[in-house]
Design a protein around this ligand. Structure first.
Ligand code: NAP
Ligand code: GDD
Length: 375
């Protein structure tokens, strides 16, 4: 059975990738970081939570990454973790550079030092093209990063290539254009629109506040993009690929279609607030996926219209459930009992600690508490 390590398994892509690789018979290890409110809702709503071996690890903590690699001993590694929201990268440029950029070097070092001969996938981004003025972008198009996030992703993209060539690693970067789904984070514009429109249609809200309506993106469906990602690591040679639909639509197109689907007129509800504009905007992204079609045999089936419908309909279902008093997937119990957590407490070293506990003196201490001498 092939073993895989996925960082960022609690995120949109990590969850879909895990679901897909489970269907292919992989044993899945996924890293998650401790946050005050655990967020396994994506894994739970896909019904795969209990099938994942979860390892607590943070990309900022090299020790925990080394441990994740050691414990999982993977055949394939997918680095999906990043601080992925572009707006926040302007507010937290240093943290973003460390997580999205430098941490990738640390991860590659962990694989090198531990001599783990795994194939490595890096989640590169179309955001790296930035405002380069090109009307369609492919694997040869120059990059012109226009956010701290994009600059960090470009650094990571470069370092993956360095490790591939220096240490003969099977390391690949997928340059993925925007991909969305009902599991998308609520702050990204696609989900903000589908969720907002559903709330408005249900009479729970009366406005949707957005920023720049004229930016254009090449939006695809996340679940099928993960199939392309897997294919990249099944090739004979490590190469980078653009994954996209080849169609660009504006935020306004998304808004209009989403309101059409529920039979409402967007103009009545949409407000613009400068708060949602960026210091440096990427105006236009559209990817040429010919290489992926030719070499991977991959093609997107769900394009813009189907994607918007799928997202609006799912958000409508969720709000209907809410109104009926049923739970949302993200209301599921947070650490269900079926959790397969691999912590250092589940390791052999704890067994010896337990043995020591059997020692009579320790038993007495556990029973009576330690005898503390005061001066
Ligand atoms: P996402 O939903 O925001 O998921 C990001 C994941 O990274 C989450 O699991 C998050 O954990 C984890 N993470 C963040 N900081 C971390 C840290 N310090 N240590 C460990 N884990 C950390 O993003 P996504 O849409 O799935 O995207 C997956 C990857 O593809 C990202 O690298 C993203 O930059 C890249 N990408 C995405 C797109 C897209 O359109 N979706 C396009 C191109 C590239 P928490 O759940 O704890 O926050
Ligand atoms: N988030 C957001 N919120 N974006 C808005 C809003 C709003 O209220 N109003 C307009 N927009 C515009 C943004 O200015 C941007 O031009 C576009 O909608 C898309 O924004 P996001 O959905 O936040 O995605 P992104 O394109 O910045 O980044 C996503 O795609 C990248 C790949 O190109 C993220 O998934 C990145 O992680 C990914 O690398």
């Amino acid at each position: 059975m092939k073993k895989v390590l996925i960082t960022g398994i609690t995120g949109q892509d990590g969850a879909y990738l895990a679901q897909y690789l489970l269907s292919k018979g992989y044993k899945i290890y996924g890293t998650f970081r401790r946050i005050s409110t655990p967020n396994f809702w994506r894994l739970q709503s896909l019904g795969i939570y209990s099938k994942i071996n979860l390892i607590p690890a943070d990309l900022l903590d090299m020790g925990s990454m080394l441990e994740a690699v050691r414990v999982s001993d993977p055949d394939e590694v997918y680095n999906m973790a990043a601080s992925s929201y572009v707006s926040t990268s302007f507010e937290q440029a240093i943290g973003n550079s460390e997580i999205t950029g430098l941490a990738v070097t640390k991860f590659l070092e962990a694989l090198r030092v531990l001599r783990v001969d795994a194939k490595f996938y890096q989640a590169s981004s179309s955001e790296m093209y930035g405002n380069n003025g090109c009307t369609i972008q492919d694997e040869q198009t120059p990059f012109y990063p226009s956010s701290p996030y994009a600059a960090a992703k470009l650094y990571a993209h470069g370092i993956v290539n360095v490790y591939k060539n220096s240490y003969n690693m099977f390391a690949v970067a997928g340059i993925l254009f925007n991909h969305e789904s009902p599991l998308r984070g609520m702050e990204f514009v696609s989900r903000k629109i589908s969720n907002g429109v559903a709330e408005i249609a249900m009479g729970l809200k009366d406005e949707l506040v957005l920023g720049n309506l004229y930016a254009k993106r090449d939006w695809g469906y996340a679940a099928e993009y993960m199939e392309a990602v897997h294919l990249m690591l099944q090739q004979d040679k490590p190469e980078d690929y653009v994954i996209s639909t080849g169609e660009a639509h504006s935020v306004l197109d998304f808004v209009k279609l989403a309101f059409d689907i529920v039979g409402l007129t967007w103009k009545k509800y949409v407000k613009i607030n400068k708060r949602f504009f960026r210091p440096f905007e990427v105006d236009y992204l559209c990817g040429n996926n010919k290489k992926a079609k030719r070499k991977l045999g991959w093609e997107p089936k769900i394009k813009f219209e189907k994607l918007v419908k799928l997202m609006v309909n799912e958000d409508m279902n969720r709000w209907k459930m809410f109104v009926e008093g049923k739970t949302f997937p993200w209301d599921a119990p947070l650490y269900p009992s079926e959790a397969k957590l691999i912590t250092r407490s589940s390791e052999e070293n704890i067994n010896s600690k337990i043995k020591k506990l059997k020692n009579r003196q320790t038993q007495r201490m556990v029973k009576n508490g330690p005898s503390i001498k005061y001066k």
